[in-house]
Design a protein around this ligand. Structure first.
Ligand code: CU
Ligand code: ZN
Length: 179
């Protein structure tokens, strides 16, 4: 993890059940998803932190192999293997079409493709556009929300899912205070 934004280490620590929450005044809300593969094995952790300076996404995950993978926020907080269809479609509160390159898009849940290195690791963090986390229009609405990583790259235009293939990794977002 880069040292540029040390505050992002906090949600990572918060995901460890033995750690006490150590929010600073800058962090307003944190949601974390433990990621699992279709067979239920551990595959990483994703965190969304709402801060006074924006909403930040961070991910540490282990892909099946080096390569590029599609990734989205999905509408339902339920990860039932092996196909993870329980997670529903892409999170889309604004009722748009799929894809950042689609003139009718994009879904709020459309995230950039991710690259896994030769050792299969995915590690990233970036600022999200101002999505809503809580409330009826939020990612964590009544039926929750999830993160899905797909077997193939997203083409950024094909509605509704960017031709990204099977869902191979899934995690349900939960409120970050898990100590
Ligand atoms: Cu997806
Ligand atoms: Zn989409």
């Amino acid at each position: 993890m880069r040292k540029l934004l040390p505050i992002l280490i906090i949600p990572t620590l918060a995901s460890c059940s033995t750690m006490q929450s150590t929010k600073t005044a800058e962090v307003l809300e944190v949601v974390t998803a433990d990621l699992a593969r279709a067979d239920g094995s551990w595959a990483g952790v994703a965190t969304i932190s709402k801060r006074t300076d924006g909403i930040f996404f961070s991910l540490t995950a282990e892909a099946p192999s080096a390569g590029t993978y599609g990734m989205h926020l999905h509408a339902v907080g339920k990860c039932q293997g092996p196909d993870f269809t329980s997670a529903g479609p892409h999170w889309n509160p604004a009722m748009k079409q799929h894809g950042r390159d689609n003139p009718m898009g994009a879904h709020d849940g459309d995230l950039p493709n991710v690259d896994a290195t030769a050792d299969r690791k995915i590690t990233l963090e970036y600022k999200l556009t101002d999505i809503v986390l809580s409330g009826p229009m939020g990612l964590l609405d009544a039926d929750g929300g999830s993160l899905i990583i797909h077997e193939k790259a997203d083409d950024y235009k094909t509605d509704p899912s960017g031709n990204s293939g099977k869902r191979i990794i899934c995690g349900v977002f939960k409120s970050g205070n898990r100590s």
